[in-house]
Design a protein around this ligand. Structure first.
Ligand SMILES: Cc1cc2nc3c(=O)[nH]c(=O)nc-3n(C[C@H](O)[C@H](O)[C@H](O)COP(=O)(O)OP(=O)(O)OC[C@H]3O[C@@H](n4cnc5c(N)ncnc54)[C@H](O)[C@@H]3O)c2cc1C
Length: 369
């Protein structure tokens, strides 16, 4: 098969890329290894994503309107999201709907697994394993959207993107005691959390999701056991998966654009990746359409680099030890900080001044030099 553009991976990044390319009348195939895949994920994304990408609101399973943060000593702040909300989607349904939207614009969908690629002069040949056997696809442009365990990255660079390991359990309604756990997201810092990360209790379509993560995979299980015990949960189905750690180095190489988790585009500190996967796909598509590979990095950096750097600096500073995490939670006692952080989180991404203003507030109240 000979095509203009091949997109590898049909999650939020790949499905969005295929949809936008097909809408621009470019011949595109989307290759997904499992059309029924349910990505292990909290499925939380801000409502702005639905507007930006014209996603049906009917995919929203629950709406979260407040955030609870809990300090190492158990101090708690509940923060209202004001008029915004965090939508909880079911990833299998969500991803399927995004792929359906790409197909409706004219993208060809292929169920198959990318195995390898060979670069030619003005194109590359992909080896794809399907149920009918191995097939080869020659493409002029390639978009690698095959997630944190990207085989495209592995084949081209010899290693996976840098990542941390997470584990979570879904506890079904029968086990859930408090109704408000279905309406708020809880972030817990330390005592039951590996250093450098947080634990979460999020609403999920089928109950609640409880999880945590670490760069050291072996400490995740014991910490999660502790959190479950503290909350009185037993007998959940545990799933482990990786989340990439952003370093901002991977955009394009040899005709291949890297988007979403394959490029590590997950926001430091919060580890949100769905929205940013879709935005990275949008920027890569703009570069393909103009045939200017460098445009992808330029658009991404103009829009998000500052935000990512601030979030990474906050994560490195505050999640270092219990004292600093205690300080972080106490900062949310200041109305200015609460309001600024909610605006920063929920509002349009291009408001760079807001990011600088937030960083200044944190310095002022946090006593950071
Ligand atoms: C436990 C956990 C909780 C999370 N919670 C949230 C959250 O609440 N909100 C949020 O915004 N982010 C969350 N994230 C991050 C989010 O899941 C990812 O950032 C997001 O899914 C990235 O989208 P993507 O399209 O880049 O990759 P993926 O969603 O991973 O999609 C990659 C696709 O490629 C396919 N694929 C893989 N290899 C191949 C191959 N060789 N050939 C063909 N196809 C292939 C896969 O089947 C998959 O469909 C969470 C992550 C984890 C692990």
């Amino acid at each position: 098969m000979d095509v203009d553009i091949a997109v590898i991976g049909g999650g939020p990044a790949g499905a969005t890329a295929a949809r936008l390319l097909s809408r621009a009348n470019r011949e595109t195939v989307l290759i997904e290894r499992d059309m029924k895949n349910e990505k292990p994920c909290g499925g939380g994304l801000l409502e702005k994503a639905f507007k930006a990408f014209d996603i049906p609101l009917s995919l929203i399973k629950k709406k979260v309107e407040s955030i609870r943060i809990v300090s190492p000593k158990g101090n708690t702040h509940d923060i209202s999201m004001n008029s915004a909300y965090l939508a909880i989607v079911h990833r299998a349904e969500f991803d399927e709907a995004l792929r359906g939207a790409a197909a409706a614009e004219g993208a060809g969908l292929i169920e198959g697994t990318f195995i390898d690629l060979q670069h030619g002069d003005k194109s590359a040949v992909l080896r794809i394993k399907t149920a009918a056997g191995e097939t080869r696809i020659r493409a002029r442009h390639i978009i690698a959207a095959d997630g944190v365990n990207s085989m495209v990255v592995k084949r081209m660079f010899g290693k996976f993107p840098r990542r941390i390991y997470t584990a979570h359990e879904i506890h079904h309604s029968g086990n859930v005691h408090a109704d408000d756990l279905h309406r708020r997201c809880e972030f817990r810092f330390s005592s039951v959390t590996p250093p450098g990360f947080y634990s979460w209790i999020f609403p999920h379509r089928d109950g609640i999701s409880i999880g945590t993560g670490s760069e050291h995979a072996d400490e995740v299980g014991p910490f999660l056991d502790g959190l479950l015990r503290a909350k009185g949960f037993t007998n959940g189905h545990r799933r482990g998966y990786f989340i990439p750690v952003w370093d901002g180095s991977l955009y394009y190489k040899n005709g291949v654009y890297f988007v979403g988790d394959a490029a590590g585009m997950v926001l430091p500190f919060t580890y949100e990746g769905i929205y940013y996967a879709m935005r990275s796909a949008e920027f890569a598509v703009a570069a393909v359409l103009k045939n200017k590979p460098g445009l992808y990095k330029k658009l991404w950096q103009e829009t998000y680099r500052k935000r990512y750097l601030v979030m990474r600096a906050l994560q490195r500073y505050f999640l270092r030890n219990d004292d600093r995490m205690e300080k972080l939670v106490s900062l949310y006692g200041h109305p200015h900080i609460r309001e600024a952080s909610m605006r920063l989180w929920t509002q349009d991404d291009i408001k760079i001044n807001l990011i600088g203003g937030f960083a200044a507030l944190i310095k002022k109240y946090g006593g950071i030099r």
